[in-house]
Design a protein around this ligand. Structure first.
Ligand code: 2HA
Ligand code: ZN
Length: 280
């Protein structure tokens, strides 16, 4: 039985903007069909001053060892989804499905400050998340979010389209006019790899040096952003383009016209973005 005070504290935490965002976003991703069963994971870098009004940051529930050292993230706070948790259920049971953790001084473990009530552990893709945070923070001090899901049409497209970053990115750019404005650097693609390992984590993070979207063929996509909205919007835009690609290619008549390279260049000029020069 929980004590009165514990229940009050838990209710207070549910008002925290970052918890609300996690609850809403995981539910939306599930509704879009991108996070079947326990598919997908999110990690969101929090500032201490955002967390401290809601929980005692010195009260450690338990310490979770990390199989990969992330000393670069020492003393940083994250809210993360739990391993094996269903995105569908985060909204109704956030204290079981989510965790607020703080990486320790040496980067070899993280303290659990809230959540994972059923003795759970953070996402199985924590290596890809933490290593990608390190890479993105190096490029952009305002970076905060890494998001992974099983976006349906992106996965479909990895079966029918060449797995070549240049061609894949160009195809996505030409499927919706605004794609090149949203992700002018294009998308990165890894070879097929076993998920949940430090190897795929390292490779994902390497790609994050130059890209904010990384595709795992026949599996899903990773997005990075300064906010939940930005990471979500990136994935949403790429997924929309992939959906149009799949629609157009399943149409008997095939494609009759397309956005040209010249039109892509005009778009980039007017919107003030620099498209990846190796791709266009
Ligand atoms: O099961 O999405 O990549 C969670 C995942 C693993
Ligand atoms: Zn996955």
């Amino acid at each position: 039985m929980k004590k009165f005070e514990e229940v009050q504290n838990e209710r207070l935490l549910l008002d925290a903007p970052f918890v609300k965002e996690m609850m809403e976003t995981t539910y939306n991703m599930w509704r879009f069909g991108w996070d079947e069963r326990n598919g997908g994971n999110i990690s969101y870098l929090l500032k201490e001053e955002e967390v401290s009004p809601y929980i005692d940051t010195n009260q450690v529930l338990r310490t979770i060892p990390l199989d990969f050292p992330v000393v670069e993230l020492a003393n940083m706070f994250f809210i993360v989804t739990g391993s094996g948790k269903y995105f569908k259920n985060v909204r109704s049971n956030p204290a079981d499905c989510l965790a607020i953790i703080k990486v320790n001084d040496d980067g070899n473990s993280a303290d659990l400050l809230w959540g994972l009530e059923g003795d759970g552990v953070p996402t199985s893709e924590l290596s890809a998340h933490f290593r990608s945070h390190i890479t993105r923070l190096d490029k952009d001090p305002n970076h905060r979010v890494i998001m992974h899901n099983h976006a349906t049409n992106i996965i479909a497209m990895t079966f029918t389209h060449q797995l070549n970053e240049k061609n894949f990115s160009k195809t996505l750019w030409t499927m919706c006019t605004e794609c090149i404005v949203v992700f002018p650097e294009g998308v990165a693609i890894l070879p097929w790899m076993v998920p949940g390992t430090d190897e795929i984590g390292k490779e994902t993070a390497k790609k994050m040096t130059d890209y904010r979207l990384v595709i795992w063929p026949h599996h899903g996509i990773f997005g990075a952003g300064q906010s939940i909205d930005e990471a979500f919007g990136l994935i949403e835009t790429a997924e929309k383009a992939a959906q149009i690609y799949m629609l157009v290619n399943s149409h008997q008549g095939g494609m009759k016209q397309a956005i040209t390279d010249q039109e892509l260049i005009e778009l980039a000029q007017v919107f003030g973005v620099e498209p990846n020069s190796e791709f266009l």
